[in-house]
Design a protein around this ligand. Structure first.
Ligand SMILES: NC(=O)c1ccc[n+]([C@@H]2O[C@H](COP(=O)([O-])OP(=O)(O)OC[C@H]3O[C@@H](n4cnc5c(N)ncnc54)[C@H](O)[C@@H]3O)[C@@H](O)[C@H]2O)c1
Ligand SMILES: N[C@@H](CCO)C(=O)O
Ligand code: NA
Length: 438
């Protein structure tokens, strides 16, 4: 059979990986897919630059619009990123009846509902394994491997750049800016790295996993997002003293008691003994808790040229195998049948339940702790542990660290406002959410 002809949009890090993996593993991939997979042409804005990075074998064009419509192209791979041009090109490819494989989580988190509807209408598949946790086959696991389960929650380290930054800062004492530059050099960071450090990229990925886990449309606009830019070294240290690590987690949770779903990204204390607490560098890891299977953990490279290409090419193999299959017999894009997708709401952050780490800079005198614990008790917030830094000779202030049990965020907000107003609380209170992940 004639090899499948791929039109590749973009000539950056991921495109380079896709070209390389398809070339190197050509024979092995063909044995798996049942026919060859060839890159027919690559669309690049700067053809000369693309020639230098992709080598002399690839055919290059600067006409993206023509490539997605070319009759000899069987499948389009979108690896340009962004949500404007990528959306236009993906919709054009779908309209031309071509399956699409994309690594673009921003595109799917924001325009997924429109794109999946268009694909369904046209009877073509959209593969997006590379969009979440790069090379880790988490989409495959959620859409196929775990279909027997009611998923209870998912929690993941799903941004390599921020995990790399937190790891390097903790273990080598390097500063934020230096480590971010290194992550950019290594090809982990987004074109706009604020997407990484402000938690937006992780929220894009958590949004996609949430939709697949709970059978809802993508609801990125309701995600709660907090990045790592305000995290202080002191809190990383105190957390360690208490047996915890701080990770930027993407979390989505079924909350039957509140008829909703939690969808949030924020720095999180997790017990140092959990496997996921020990995931370092640019590695990703996702814990999925299903009612039948219990907790399962997926670990691997979430960024970089070849790890991401591993997922793109796996989707190409899937598309190749299923290109002639009846669209109704393919795995649904969001794992649930489109007419069974329910608009379960994302809960506002005030209704989220977590435990908390609090750090208060307080005057070191009698009655201070009692006032604070009374406020927590008044809001029915129960304390798990308290740590007070030993103050130096003559020092009039100290740090008070409090770990709480689970509580509603809304209650914590009210308690924090009262504590902050105490004259003995000398600086803005630091609060970091804490999850046991058990
Ligand atoms: N780099 C990774 O590790 C990684 C991992 C998973 C997913 N992704 C996703 O893959 C996609 C590509 O990432 P990348 O790291 O290869 O990016 P990159 O910046 O290295 O490459 C992007 C390519 O697309 C081109 N491009 C950008 N905007 C364009 C536009 N408007 N029109 C035409 N061409 C345009 C650029 O010139 C470049 O050739 C993004 O959606 C990214 O989020 C990247
Ligand atoms: N910028 C992303 C790339 C992979 O999606 C990260 O750092 O994880
Ligand atoms: Na993946």
């Amino acid at each position: 059979m004639k090899p499948i002809q791929v039109g590749l949009l973009g000539a950056g890090v991921v495109a380079g990986g896709v070209v390389q993996v398809l070339q190197r593993n050509r024979a092995e991939i063909q044995r798996r897919a049942g026919r060859g997979i060839e890159v027919a042409a690559v669309a690049a804005r700067d053809v000369a630059k693309a020639r230098a990075t992709l080598g002399s074998e690839v055919v290059l064009t600067d006409d993206f619009d023509a490539l997605v419509r070319r009759p000899d192209i069987d499948v389009v791979v979108e690896v340009i990123g962004g949500t404007t041009r990528a959306r236009e090109l993906v919709l054009a490819a779908i309209a031309a009846g071509k399956p699409v494989v994309t690594a673009n989580k921003a595109l799917l988190a924001v325009h997924g509902t429109e794109i999946f509807a268009a694909a369904r209408e046209r009877g073509v598949a959209v593969g997006f394994e590379a969009a979440v946790a790069g090379g880790i086959p988490i989409i495959k696991a959620l859409r196929e491997g775990l279909t027997a389960n009611r998923i209870n929650w998912i929690a993941g380290i799903i941004n390599g750049t921020t995990n790399f930054i937190l790891s390097e800062m903790r273990s080598k004492g390097l500063d934020f800016g230096t480590v971010l530059k290194e992550a950019q050099r290594l090809g982990y960071a987004e074109t706009d790295p604020t997407f990484d450090i402000e938690g937006i990229d992780a929220a894009h990925k958590a949004t996609i996993m949430s939709a697949i886990a709970f059978g809802t449309p993508v609801q990125f606009e309701h995600a709660y997002i907090e990045g790592i830019t305000k995290l202080q070294a002191a809190d990383i240290r105190y957390a360690e003293q208490l047996g915890y690590r701080i990770k930027l987690l993407g979390i989505t949770k079924r909350r039957e008691d509140a008829q909703g779903i939690e969808l949030r990204v924020h720095p999180t204390l997790i017990p140092g003994t959990r496997l996921i607490a020990n995931v370092e560098g640019a590695m990703n890891a996702v814990v999925v808790q299903g009612d039948a299977v219990g907790s399962t953990l997926y670990y691997g490279k979430g960024a970089g040229a070849e790890p991401t290409a591993s997922a793109v090419v796996a989707d190409l193999v899937d598309v190749t195998r299923l290109i002639t299959a009846d669209p109704d017999h393919r795995v649904p894009h969001l794992a649930f049948h489109p007419d069974a997708v329910a608009a379960t709401p994302i809960l506002p952050i005030e209704q989220v339940v977590t435990a908390f780490y609090l750090r208060l800079q307080v005057a070191d005198k009698a009655g201070v702790l009692a006032n604070i614990t009374r406020i927590l008790a008044d809001h029915a917030i129960s304390i798990d542990a308290v740590l007070q830094r030993e103050s130096a000779e003559g020092e009039s202030q100290t740090d008070l660290i409090i770990l709480t049990h689970d509580t509603l965020e809304g209650k914590m907000n009210a308690a924090l406002a009262q504590m902050q107003a105490l004259p003995t609380v000398l600086a803005p209170i630091v609060r970091i959410r804490k999850e046991e992940l058990s």
